[in-house]
Design a protein around this ligand. Structure first.
Ligand SMILES: NC(=O)C1=CN([C@@H]2O[C@H](COP(=O)(O)OP(=O)(O)OC[C@H]3O[C@@H](n4cnc5c(N)ncnc54)[C@H](OP(=O)(O)O)[C@@H]3O)[C@@H](O)[C@H]2O)[C@H](O)CC1
Ligand SMILES: Cc1cc2nc3c(=O)[nH]c(=O)nc-3n(C[C@H](O)[C@H](O)[C@H](O)COP(=O)(O)O)c2cc1C
Ligand SMILES: Cc1ncc(COP(=O)(O)O)c(C=O)c1O
Ligand SMILES: [K+]
Length: 521
């Protein structure tokens, strides 16, 4: 079972593709915060216990601002006048916001074919910019741009798309039923300067998007409509007055939502255009959700409820074959661990530890792997915790690593022993001072009357040790080592036909070797 191929390692330098299935339904509601840039709120990865800005930002969508048509135009004039922006700049940021909003909800692995229908004004320009970014994000955009503007900004955007070989289609060449050829329809026809009734050819194009909604009712796979700033044809303030207009699945409001957005009833309302200076916020009394981290977009209002039963990934990974694996499972583990590090996964050393006390009831929790070698897997904890009690009654335990993004899982089973006192001592003093004090404070797994008790004790100890360089390691704190007796390396594959290679120890001629067997997925 020799390994001499590095193909797995090389190909996993990036996160594997996986196909998220559509899970937006209505059966199993999971309440979630209202403003988050993706379907899951992002918490800061800093170890600070202070709530992040995003955590504080959960607010009622009723309280956000909606602009009148006149106000939207006024903000535009201010931005591009006294505030020193150029239209190119704003359009670039607006288009990028649209592309990132789309990517947050409709992944290119499932929604790949995009048609951007672009109108004659800046809304059309946003559509052209968004299409360019979508191309770079891995989508296949096609453009319909029937009323081109001769200005250099627009001809430049067209040239840029042509240089990426993004096709342009004439209105006459569009299929009757757009849902057959496209997964995402970007409605970039009209923005906040729309007035009156749509004139040709946009009247028909709007009808195609309305018709799409009806086609979708019969097709198994739905195409989605994403409107930029205003659902084209809607009154900028009144919305879909006749009730016969486009019903977008996603609306990306730019700068701030316009009044018509109050009538938007689709599942995904995002805000983009992260460029507003405070002077505009103050003048127009804007209440808007903060953008999380470096995101160019933020969700407005609750994300739709999720149908948990439809939530699944189809794993796509390189094959994981017997010929490729290391003869020694520790070497194989190191290889996969390195891949997880290179892929930038957060805490790739986090593992689930399962123990079973003498009552036979299993219990699991996460711990951090702090070392691995031929002798086993090491972690540190409190020797009076629940896990420690269970291990003292039964040393057999199981470890589990799950590396999301690489579609990989590793199972390790074996017997556990405490590490030497010197080893614990050495590791303890390598930890941040705060964690050392924390370990003294925490009688792990015992009941505490409240946070304040821990904080009070922490403060007292901080004071006590303020002039002492070496904080003594408490006796009840130290490491465990699991000596492995069984490994399983799992690589997720399509249609649930995963690769599972198990290593079991075998004695051949008095010599201990690892036998590798393949298990059914
Ligand atoms: N500050 C921001 O938020 C930014 C927003 N951007 C985007 O810009 C649009 C507003 O762009 P604007 O060019 O002012 O207007 P429109 O894109 O809505 O389009 C105006 C063109 O449409 C024609 N039009 C208007 N009504 C009709 C109609 N009924 N039928 C056919 N054509 C119509 C209009 O022609 P007119 O002859 O009627 O004047 C114009 O040719 C905003 O919504 C955002 O998407 C910026 O990109 C960045 C900054
Ligand atoms: C990612 C992660 C890593 C953790 N690492 C450790 C660890 O290395 N040691 C530890 O004692 N607790 C760690 N914990 C906390 C444990 O999961 C658990 O709450 C604690 O050890 C008490 O478990 P017990 O009551 O079953 O003994 C970690 C938690 C998480 C989420
Ligand atoms: C209670 C506790 N002890 C120990 C650890 C191990 O990590 P470190 O030694 O890096 O603090 C963790 C990690 O989350 C933890 O939560
Ligand atoms: K639009």
């Amino acid at each position: 079972q020799r390994n001499n191929s590095s193909s797995i390692s090389n190909s996993s330098r990036f996160l594997y593709n996986s196909l998220p299935s559509k899970a937006w339904g209505s059966t199993c509601p999971i309440p979630r915060p209202e403003f988050c840039s993706s379907s899951v709120i992002r918490f800061s990865s800093s170890k600070s216990s202070e709530p992040t800005r995003e955590m504080q930002s959960i607010q009622n969508p009723e309280s956000i601002s909606y602009l009148r048509q006149r106000e939207a135009a006024e903000i535009d004039e201010m931005l591009m006048g006294p505030l020193g922006f150029s239209v190119d700049q704003l359009m670039e940021l607006a288009g990028l916001s649209v592309a990132t909003s789309i990517e947050e909800v409709y992944k290119p692995s499932e929604y790949n074919r995009v048609l951007a229908i672009c109108g004659p004004g800046n809304n059309g320009g946003d559509g052209l910019v968004a299409a360019r970014h979508l191309h770079h994000f891995g989508y296949k955009p096609v453009i319909c741009y029937p009323k081109r503007t001769a200005k250099q900004l627009y001809t430049g955007l067209v040239t840029q798309l042509e240089s990426l070989s993004v096709p342009f289609l004439a209105v006459e060449d569009l299929p009757l039923d757009l849902s057959k050829d496209f997964d995402i329809l970007v409605d970039a026809m009209f923005g906040f300067s729309f007035h009156g009734a749509p004139r040709p050819p946009f009247d028909d194009l709007i009808q195609k998007l309305v018709y799409l909604h009806k086609c979708n009712e019969v097709h198994e796979k739905r195409s989605v409509v994403v409107s930029i700033d205003i659902p084209s044809g809607w009154h900028v303030e009144e919305g879909d007055v006749g009730g016969e207009g486009i019903k977008p699945d996603m609306l990306v409001s730019l700068t701030a939502p316009k009044l018509c957005a109050k009538k938007f009833s689709g599942p995904h309302h995002f805000l983009g255009g992260r460029f507003i200076p405070p002077i505009i916020v103050e003048k127009f009394k804007l209440h808007l959700p903060p953008y999380p981290g470096t995101s160019m977009c933020v969700r407005i209002g609750k994300p739709p409820q999720i149908d948990m039963s439809a939530l699944r990934e189809n794993y796509i990974s390189p094959e994981f074959l017997e010929e490729q694996v290391e003869a020694n499972p520790i070497d194989q583990f190191r290889k996969w661990f390195d891949d997880a590090v290179v892929a930038g996964l957060k805490e790739p050393n986090a593992m689930c530890l399962s123990t079973v006390g003498k009552d036979g009831k299993p219990s699991s929790r996460m711990v951090l792997l702090k070392g691995v070698d031929k002798d086993g897997f090491v972690w540190f904890t409190n020797y009076e915790s629940r896990k420690a009690h269970e291990l003292s009654e039964n040393p057999r335990a199981a470890l589990l690593f799950y590396w999301d993004g690489l579609n990989r899982q590793v199972r390790v089973e074996g017997s556990v022993q405490k590490v030497s006192d010197e080893e614990s001592e050495k590791y303890f003093h390598s930890r941040p001072r705060g964690s050392q004090i924390g370990a003294i404070v925490s009688k792990q797994s015992s009941i505490v009357p409240g946070r304040h008790v821990l904080h009070q004790q922490y403060k007292e100890l901080e004071e006590k040790f303020s002039n002492i360089s070496l904080i003594p390691k408490p006796k009840h704190w130290g490491g465990y080592r699991l000596e492995p007796e069984l490994f399983e390396f799992w690589q997720g594959q399509q249609s649930r036909l995963h690769d599972r290679l198990q290593y079991v120890p075998q004695e051949i001629n008095g010599k201990q070797v690892w036998k590798i067997v393949r298990l059914a997925p």
